[in-house]
Design a protein around this ligand. Structure first.
Ligand SMILES: C[S@@+](CC[C@H](N)C(=O)[O-])C[C@H]1O[C@@H](n2cnc3c(N)ncnc32)[C@H](O)[C@@H]1O
Length: 334
């Protein structure tokens, strides 16, 4: 879809146009043309604020999620929330082009409802990615497991979607050598066998150094095997392993200086964007909050339509994008 067509469809709307990023202050996007979007990347309300005590945590502490109950954007009855999921899924189907992809954040308790809504709308949910948050805040530690993960339902409209399996899976922070290997399904089986073989005669727990030595030599032999078969290899700090794209990732959630109570880390959005779309593609985030998906689109050379109904978040998001585009423009001029 060309930029002119998008601009035309936005005529008369309240929107901020920043390069190829359109920040729109609206609820819904009936004005967006059918089949115009390459990737829906969005983090809609989870409907979990009601079930937690987050709003009772003191403001500006590490436990403060600062859900603003008065805004009411994250508390619906389960029935009306399911109804909303169905409405959202129908709109995703309408605006996605054939072969376009979606990545939709979701809390665990509504994953099956979201998947059903997407299927009913004609979309094909393919995988649910688990996002592990190493810096999750341990609330309710005496009564329940901490909530250290969020989920992203991934899929496609039709078939032949973009899947750039060669991009680096994740930054080296928060991930150990063993995990790098474990993300490759085959590699983890081989690694397991190697460790068992090497330790068969050892009548004690291996030291961390012994384990790392086995991991390193196994990585090297896997890399040699991969190179022989000229298949994709994943490289990090000079180490390589066969590449499988895992259905889990590990990224710290945004801590401190948040523009939005549920702000998503750009590193995670960047990973999803580069995996599921190409440069120049049009991304839609209809629940854009502080415009994290917009920042990601700028940094990865995609275009984006960002829709946010809340005036305060809309303004914060628009400012964030204009500041970033200005900074990048200045860098180019220097
Ligand atoms: C989970 S937050 C998104 C946060 C965003 N990912 C970020 O990084 O800042 C969901 C956003 O959707 C907005 N929202 C909720 N219902 C909406 C609706 N029906 N239409 C448009 N925006 C809505 C809320 O105001 C909220 O800012």
């Amino acid at each position: 879809m060309t930029t002119d067509t998008i601009r035309e469809s936005l005529k008369g709307k309240i929107y901020v146009e920043l390069g190829e990023i359109y920040c729109v202050h609206d609820e819904g996007y009936p004005w967006l043309p059918n089949g115009s979007v390459d990737l829906v990347l969005t983090d809609p309300p989870f409907n979990i604020a009601r079930d937690t005590n987050f709003h009772t945590y003191e403001k500006n502490t590490i436990n403060s999620f600062r859900f603003d109950a008065e805004k009411g954007w994250d508390s619906y009855s389960p029935e009306s929330f399911r109804e909303l999921l169905n409405n959202w899924a129908r709109e995703f189907f309408r605006v996605l082009r054939p072969g376009g992809s979606f990545a939709i954040f979701c809390a665990d308790e509504y994953i099956s409802d979201l998947i059903s809504a997407l299927r009913s709308a004609g979309l094909k949910p393919r995988r649910t990615l688990t996002w592990r948050k190493p810096n999750a805040v341990p609330v309710n530690r005496k009564h329940m497991m901490m909530s250290a993960c969020e989920y992203v339902v991934l899929g496609v409209k039709g078939s032949k979607s973009v899947f750039n399996s060669d991009i680096p899976t994740q930054p080296s922070q928060n991930i150990t050598d063993s995990e790098i290997i474990a993300i490759a399904d085959k590699a983890s089986t081989v690694l397991d066998l190697e460790i068992r073989k090497s330790l068969a005669n050892l009548n004690r727990r291996p030291s961390p150094q012994e384990i790392e030595a086995i991991v390193s030599s196994t990585i090297q032999s896997l890399a040699a095997r991969a190179a022989k078969r000229s298949i994709n290899i994943y490289s990090l700090d000079g180490k390589t392993a066969e590449l499988c794209v895992p259905n889990y990732v590990s990224f710290n959630s945004k801590a401190g200086n948040r523009l939005h109570p549920t702000e998503k880390p750009v590193a995670l959005l960047r990973y999803l964007t580069e995996l599921l779309s190409n440069e120049g593609d049009l991304i839609l985030d209809p629940f854009s909050g502080s415009a994290s998906a917009g920042e990601t689109a700028v940094l990865t050379r995609r275009r984006a339509v960002l829709v946010e109904r809340d005036q305060e978040f809309f303004e914060k998001g628009s400012k964030r994008i204009s500041k970033l585009t200005e900074e990048l423009d200045n860098e180019l001029l220097m």
